[in-house]
Design a protein around this ligand. Structure first.
Ligand code: DAT
Ligand code: MG
Length: 148
């Protein structure tokens, strides 16, 4: 079963959209197996966004993600990585389709509300940045047999 890291970004928390975003992913059938609220520091932000180091938007991105608390969540489910990417929509909310989280709630690439891992390999690395093994809870839900 796949796992993916989702971050509810500072703009979503500030705008009161955390519940809406979590609800969408939860209702899709994905299972929350870890969750915490935290205020990311620069070091964690730079590690999380290491692939973007050197790009013009890197410093702004680090400033944004460290500007206010976030919620980090590990979602588990069949094909979770790809499903979450589809539900997020395009990186730039201006291009994201209606019905997606970014398409419904954002208009600017600097305020795109949510992070989701883009591959299984990156999901594993990102989950390790935010959660220890003991913080990830493996449990059964009765409804899972009706989901996949
Ligand atoms: P995604 O979050 O869809 O995986 P990404 O990994 O390419 O997108 O970029 C990480 C974040 O960096 C993205 O959510 C918003 C910001 N970003 C990306 N491209 C940008 C750009 N051209 N200008 C400003 N911010 C950008
Ligand atoms: Mg990315």
């Amino acid at each position: 079963m796949e796992r993916s890291l989702v971050l509810i970004k500072p703009d979503a928390i500030q705008r009161g959209l955390a519940g809406e975003i979590i609800t969408r992913l939860e209702r899709k059938g994905l299972k929350i197996v870890a969750l915490k609220m935290l205020h990311m520091d620069k070091a964690l932000a730079q590690r999380h966004y290491a692939v973007h180091k050197g790009k013009a938007f890197f410093d702004g991105l680090v400033n944004f993600i460290t500007s206010s608390p976030i919620i980090a969540i590990v979602f588990q489910g069949e094909n979770a990585v790809e499903i979450i990417r589809q539900m997020m929509g395009e990186t730039d909310p201006a291009n994201a389709h209606p019905g997606t989280i970014r398409g419904d709630f954002g208009i600017d690439i600097g305020y795109n509300l949510i992070h989701g891992s883009d591959s299984l390999e990156n999901a594993s690395k990102e989950i390790d940045l935010f959660f220890s093994g003991e913080e990830i809870l493996d449990y059964d839900r009765e409804i899972d047999k009706w989901i996949s």
